[in-house]
Design a protein around this ligand. Structure first.
Ligand code: AMP
Length: 401
């Protein structure tokens, strides 16, 4: 992490908190590690995440634990464990923190990364899908990480998907010779992955493959149309992409992803979808849910660097060694009055101190020596202040100019 990165991350979290808070999403936290079983069941045994990317270890009691690779499974576990179905529905939660995936590190892809995650549980109302998508677009824009491309699709129900997967397998087998080795090897386990392949032959084959979107049951199609209608009403541009498969098993109906137009290979800023079967799969009542995760590091890579913000309103300079105590007290007093105040703490000369005051962006400098003087860093005029109270007053006058 570079100096300044943490400040940029905090700014992004504040934007997320503001956008999500206004829509009634409550902050929530889950542990950084969980039983391996939760992710194996929740994320899906056949996914890349579970097969290759989890940091799994045994504790002293021989239990298998895993550093969380994503947030949704644990939030659903909490929903069941804490009986959140008894609360008014939908339950809207968001969280942010570190996540872990064992992948080859490269630009925008890390083994420890940070996500902001938002989930709405307990209702399948299409306005929740749309609201979440609009909020993610809003955060991307306010963070300066746009423009981003929104791709969206629907995966229907598990039953529709199961029938479709058999159809797809049949089609892919007919064209097996043109597929990449990797896709061929996992054809039975996860034929949908063919749509993600970079391999040219595979891409040619899947371009002509039957599409899940054309096989949706009427109620799923209607749900999808309703989501798209609301996005249109909100003025949000999208591309329906029938080849969009997200690498996690729990998705049903809506899936979506935002891609930065500014990033290279790792362009996904965030994405998510609906997972109407997951809570039941984790031992709860049948409960719909929808959510997304955004990658904080990716967002910051895509965001234009903002100008360095000043860190102080006021600088307190120490003119003589005897004045250190008074300068310290005056600094505390200014901070108590709500002003961002820094004082000299590195033994600089007076010239060096004034330079430092400019560096931190202070608009007023209070010079404490035999007396107290307040200097306007823009205009340059310097006025004596009889005592500390008067100094605070003069500082305010300078700042209000
Ligand atoms: P996913 O659940 O895989 O779609 O992840 C959601 C978002 O998290 C992605 O769109 C990325 O922005 C981010 N992300 C996922 N994996 C990584 C990683 N290994 N390093 C950095 N960011 C990641």
């Amino acid at each position: 992490m570079q100096p300044g990165d943490a400040r940029r991350r905090l700014r992004l979290l504040r934007i997320a908190e503001d956008v999500l808070g206004r829509a009634g999403y409550e902050p929530f936290e889950t542990p950084v590690f969980e039983d391996t079983e939760l992710f194996a069941r929740g994320v899906g045994e056949s996914t890349d995440i579970v097969q290759k990317e989890m940091f799994t270890f045994e504790d002293k009691a021989g239990r298998s634990l895993t550093l969380r690779p994503e947030a949704t499974a644990a939030i659903c576990r909490s929903y069941v464990e804490h009986g959140m179905h008894k609360l008014p529905q939908p339950v809207k939660l968001w969280t942010a923190g570190p996540f872990f995936r064992h992948e080859a590190p490269q630009a925008g892809r890390f083994r420890q990364f940070t996500q902001v995650d938002a989930e709405a549980l307990g209702s399948d109302d299409p306005s929740l899908d749309a609201e979440l998508i609009v909020m993610l677009a809003d955060i991307i824009e306010r963070a300066g990480a746009g423009p981003a491309r929104l791709r969206i699709s629907s995966l229907g129900t598990p039953a529709t998907r199961a029938r479709y997967i058999e159809e797809l397998k049949g089609y892919l087998r007919e064209h097996e010779a043109d597929l990449s080795e990797e896709v061929r090897a996992r054809l039975d386990q996860n034929p949908l992955r063919a749509f993600d392949a970079d391999h040219e032959g595979t891409q040619r084959v899947v371009a002509e493959a039957p599409k899940l979107l054309d096989r949706l049951a009427p109620e799923d199609r209607e749900h999808f149309e309703a989501v798209l209608g609301l996005l249109e009403a909100a003025g949000l541009a999208y591309e329906v992409d029938p080849t969009l498969v997200r690498g996690i098993d729990y998705y049903t109906r809506t899936v979506f992803e935002f891609e930065s137009e500014r990033l290279g290979a790792q362009a996904a800023l965030g994405g998510g979808g609906r997972y109407d079967g997951l809570i039941e799969q984790l031992g709860g009542q049948p409960t719909p849910g929808v959510g997304w995760a955004l990658g904080v590091e990716r967002m910051l890579l895509a965001a234009e660097d903002e100008a360095e913000a000043p860190s102080a309103d006021v600088f307190v300079a120490v003119a003589t060694p005897d004045a250190a105590r008074d300068a310290f007290l005056l600094t505390e007093r200014l901070r108590g009055a709500g002003l961002r105040t820094e004082m000299e703490q590195a033994g600089r000369s007076m010239k060096g101190q004034l330079k430092q005051a400019n560096r931190v962006g202070a608009r007023a400098t209070v010079i404490v020596g035999d007396g107290i003087e307040v200097k306007d860093m823009d205009g340059g005029d310097q006025r004596p202040a009889g005592d500390a109270a008067r100094a605070v007053q003069l500082v305010y006058e300078v700042l209000e100019r």
